[in-house]
Design a protein around this ligand. Structure first.
Ligand code: GAP
Length: 543
């Protein structure tokens, strides 16, 4: 499985097919990937051996950003809700868990190989890409007409009357309903037939010679025990949720929790993805942040709506423009859900799922009762009745969220240099509360005591903020380096500092500089970088 995953990623067809792009094109996404590597955010796993496909390591800044996103999520769940508590369950679970949850039989992707290129694809993704292409054609017609008609343009009427749009809508509808039915019935022959009927070609080679469609289970298997013949087959968990379900009564009883209540968990999961060439978007080892909210049967839709809104607020509180988010309702529901929405983010590869909100009914708890023979019912002390709770789940990929933040933050712009000439700078406009380094302390020169003074400042504020000391290169180059890392504040110590104990503070986004007293640094920086700011924003109590 040795591949230069970065190269694979960059040469993959995916970018050419997309209609919506944040960073505009393949070239920009390429730049993000290499920036992430050059500045210590993301490295390919075991790179000296040419990397391991769809597995990545977080570098010195990547790990800080990841931890900050994790903490933001965790605090928004556990601190802001007195009826949500945390859990850290093991990656290995009893193998029966995955039979009960349906993963052994149903956690499959339909895969298809191209006979000429020998490339392997997810058959459902090929059809989804095709449907997206049709949508792209419709959008193009609309944009063209809107330009032509100006203010008089009536989009609804145009959709209903334009023959080309009508034909594409009809085609899309027909293929989509065939596709949904085939997926629901796991009709692999029909999925292949759709690919043939739509004349879908291999995006790499253009060939239309396809194999049969086969089912491929995404769970990684391993053996428990040291002697493999006697060993039991177990799985690396493909979601954290099951660890929450099997512990639900332990938490409820030991924490004397009353319904409705939630259990939050962050942890590693593993999926043997068929096509995994989209950088952090589709990995084989990744982290999920999941919360299961246990409710009374019948109340699930009310809570589903609550969590749908609450989760969108969490995203928007980061200050990311709302046009980068949208909801998408599932047509093709997972085996456990009765209603499901995705929160989609405008990644450089188009609008894609970053988070799922699912109403999972009592499917999981009922299945675990059946398979374990143990009662998992809740006794309601008020109504004196026992029931199996329903569950509303929020599930977000930590790595995908990381990619969302990084791609949104990455900006190339022309700015004036010291002589007033325009030069290019790359800046990561990461929201200050989750930025890896909050402040860089920079002595103007490495003499006259400026370096020692800079160290004194760091020693004073390092307990509050993640700081970095940098004395190498010209001050302009150091600013650029901190911009590229995404550090919101640069503090420069100069000769005046030695006289009046003031420093310049430079703001990453505006590049404005102020002269301030060293004693006010903690307050100035603190105001902007506290995670509390985001949490208050969610609660609507900021400022
Ligand atoms: N417990 C529900 C569940 O696991 P999911 O939609 O399969 O639902 C939830 O996964 C989230 O996990 C997704 O919204 C996505 O952010 C993330 N995710 C899923 N597969 C991933 C992969 N291969 N690489 C990175 N993130 C992934």
């Amino acid at each position: 499985m040795k591949t230069g995953d970065f190269e694979l990623l960059l040469s993959h067809h995916f970018f050419k097919n997309t209609n919506h792009t944040t960073m505009d094109n393949e070239g920009s996404f390429k730049k993000l990937v290499s920036h992430a590597k050059e500045y210590g955010y993301i490295f390919p796993s075991s790179e000296i051996y040419d990397g391991l496909s769809a597995v990545y390591d977080y570098g010195q800044y990547g790990v800080e950003l990841k931890n900050n996103i994790k903490k933001y999520w965790w605090d928004s769940m556990v601190l802001l809700h007195e009826n949500i508590v945390g859990l850290d369950s093991a990656i290995f679970m009893h193998p029966e868990t995955w039979k009960a949850s349906g993963h052994v039989t149903q956690f499959n992707d339909p895969l298809i190989d191209n006979k000429d290129s020998k490339k392997r694809y997810r058959a459902d993704s090929l059809i989804e890409d095709y449907l997206q292409k049709i949508e792209g054609k419709i959008e193009k017609e609309i944009i063209k007409a809107a330009k032509r008609f100006g203010n008089d343009f009536d989009e609804e009427k145009f959709r209903k009357t334009n023959p080309r749009v009508q034909a594409n809508l009809k085609k899309r509808e027909e293929i989509n309903s065939r596709f949904i039915k085939a997926m629901e019935n796991e009709d692999l022959a029909e999925i292949r037939q759709i690919i043939i009927d739509c004349d879908i070609a291999d995006p790499v080679s253009g060939s239309r010679r396809w194999t049969e469609v086969r089912k491929f289970n995404l769970m990684f298997e391993t053996k428990l025990g040291s002697v493999s013949e006697d060993a039991d087959l177990i799985y690396l968990r493909p979601e954290t949720a099951q660890g929450i379900f099997v512990n639900y009564l332990n938490v409820q009883k030991s924490g004397r929790m009353r319904i409705p209540f939630g259990i939050a968990q962050v942890g590693k999961v593993f999926r043997n993805e068929i096509v995994a060439r989209q950088f952090l978007f589709r990995m084989r080892e990744f982290e999920q942040m999941e919360m299961q909210f246990f409710v009374k049967p019948g109340d699930e839709i009310k809570w589903f709506e609550y969590w749908k809104e609450a989760r969108m607020k969490w995203h928007l509180a980061l200050g990311i423009n709302s046009d980068h988010y949208r909801f998408h309702e599932h047509d093709n529901l997972a085996h456990y859900a009765n209603v499901a929405f995705d929160i989609e983010f405008k990644f450089p590869i188009g609008f894609k799922e970053v988070e799922g909100i699912h109403s999972r009914t009592d499917f999981d708890l009922s299945q675990h009762q059946k398979f374990s023979g143990k009662k998992l019912q809740y006794f309601d002390p008020l109504s004196k009745e026992s029931y199996t709770p329903y569950v509303v789940e929020t599930s977000i990929g930590l790595d995908r969220m990381f990619l969302a933040v990084l791609s949104y933050a990455y900006t190339e712009e022309k700015v004036p240099d010291a002589n007033g000439n325009l030069e290019e700078r790359v800046v990561l406009r990461i929201p200050a509360p989750i930025a890896p380094i909050k402040a860089a302390i920079l002595p103007l020169v490495r003499k006259d005591g400026l370096d020692e003074k800079a160290r004194t400042i760091i020693n004073d504020i390092k307990f509050d903020f993640n700081c970095q000391y940098d004395e190498k290169d010209s001050i302009g180059r150091r600013y650029r380096r901190q911009d590229a890392i995404g550090t919101p504040f640069c503090i420069t110590v100069d000769h005046q500092t030695m006289e009046d104990d003031t420093v310049t503070i430079r703001y990453r986004d505006s590049m404005k500089q102020d002269r301030v007293s060293t004693t006010s640094l903690r307050e100035i920086i603190g105001k902007k970088v506290e995670l509390q700011n985001l949490l208050k924003e969610i609660c609507g109590s900021s400022g």
